[in-house]
Design a protein around this ligand. Sequence first.
Ligand SMILES: NC(=O)C1=CN([C@@H]2O[C@H](COP(=O)(O)OP(=O)(O)OC[C@H]3O[C@@H](n4cnc5c(N)ncnc54)[C@H](O)[C@@H]3O)[C@@H](O)[C@H]2O)[C@@H](O)CC1
Ligand SMILES: Nc1ncnc2c1ncn2[C@@H]1O[C@H](COP(=O)(O)OP(=O)(O)O)[C@@H](O)[C@H]1O
Ligand SMILES: [K+]
Length: 487
Amino acid sequence: MLRAYAADRVRAAEESVMAGLPEGELMARAARGLAEVCRARLAERGGATVVGLVGSGNNGGDALYALAHLADAGYAASAVVGERGVPLGDKDSWEAAGVRIVDGSDQAAVREALGDADVVIDGILGIGGRPGLPDAARRWLDEVPDTAYVVSVDLPSGQDPAGEIGTDTGVFADETVTFGVAKPVHLLPATEAAVGQLTLIDIGLDVEGGPDVERLDFDDVAALWPVPGAADDKYSRGVLGIVAGGEAYTGAAVLSCTAAVESGVGMVRYVGPPTPTRLVRAAVPEAVHGPGRVQAWVVGPGLDVEAEGSDAHAQLRVAREAIDSDLPLLVDAGGLALVAGRRDAPTLLTPHAGELATLVSRLTGDDVSRTDVTAAPLRHARTVADHTGATVLLKGAITLVVPPSDSGLPVRSQDDAPPWLATAGAGDVLSGIAGTLLAAGLSPLDAGSLAALVHGVAADRANPGGPVRALAVAMAVPATVAALLRR
Ligand SMILES: NC(=O)C1=CN([C@@H]2O[C@H](COP(=O)(O)OP(=O)(O)OC[C@H]3O[C@@H](n4cnc5c(N)ncnc54)[C@H](O)[C@@H]3O)[C@@H](O)[C@H]2O)[C@@H](O)CC1
Ligand SMILES: Nc1ncnc2c1ncn2[C@@H]1O[C@H](COP(=O)(O)OP(=O)(O)O)[C@@H](O)[C@H]1O
Ligand SMILES: [K+]
């Protein structure tokens, strides 16, 4: 599990470690680790020249110390500094340590220095940064050659340390070297794309309490996935009720039921009108039909809440009963229109960005667009979680799973899926996997994040490096789970 802690908590941990160490020791550790990574990247590229972009805070200090180590190791090292000059010591002492100081207000000098750079160290802003870059720093970035390998110190400068707000004016790094622990910026969808490869340097930090953001990795699957024992039967493994599909979206029912069966559910009870029922009967002979006793419900894939006629109305009645029940519930797609008040039982809502925008707008009365959601995904997911008491799984290239704030639980952020998974029906498959896990008794947070992981890995395994249809993702789930359990 990768764990990230908010910047203020990291600062508090840094202060308590620093109290027991000689002055400057923590920064010295950070700089040594950073220099080692840069040295390795220079060696891999056969490079001789490293240039630091140095801001006025401690992030710039880390970069300067690393540059001095690299100068000592024989590399040509320069530091571009802003109008406030070097953040620590004075210009002469850094030059005596072998680091050429370049005046960042002299664009020609910046261009000349960066033109030869094999590795660029981005030490403009760290966890003290607000989203966005000063104009001078933006002009420096214009001179960074495409061929240079950009290593960001702690985080890509200009990106929101909290990972809540996206910006396109910040640095986009090839690699980010962070210290002690990861921070939310490294894992959350608004900012993660700017981080590149994440490298963690141990500086002896110990943050108290649980993380703010987590990411399950493959080694977490065995601890969470419900593996049946000899005493289990289909009921003890969990029966999942699926209210999905209509005369308009018939396939959603098949995909959700298929995915549940492929994920090892004890049994599926399907509820829907005649056409999808016929298709489910043909494609998923394991499913039984009609409402009955279940351990959890999936409501919504392909559900048309406006549909007329007695069959559609009967299906809608079961959907509402499921929502009003005290059983674990997943609500997806069309079912999201039925979400109104708070629910006490475990609840997982699984919107994509457009559906989340509609949901936030309806629940808060604000006019929120899909673009607003993608610019600040965590914030909007949390709004719905706090309004409903449900855990919100926001689908996308990175899948966020956000419990309500008062739960004290961390956010999970999963980055397991290839872009090929962005295909119609993939969300229906996710609902079947997550529903199976809810029926087996997992919490919405575990069910949502584990399902997102398995869904993403199954998409890749179904056809590594190429296109994949949603049904193939569902069919790849059994072997994917087995492979993850064998690790
Ligand atoms: N606390 C410590 O002892 C350690 C800190 N470390 C480094 O220190 C960094 C944090 O240092 P600081 O707290 O000095 O923070 P920064 O280095 O991020 O600098 C913050 C400064 O930049 C200004 N600023 C922030 N956002 C701006 C913006 N958008 N445009 C213009 N100016 C802006 C602020 O007003 C402040 O003066 C960490 O990221 C890490 O790199 C490491 O050396 C490990 C030890
Ligand atoms: N760029 C992407 N990279 C990886 N996975 C993605 C990307 N875009 C979407 N996905 C995933 O694909 C699935 C799409 O689900 P959804 O939008 O509900 O589609 P549908 O309603 O057609 O089933 C989600 O699991 C989502 O996380
Ligand atoms: K930085």
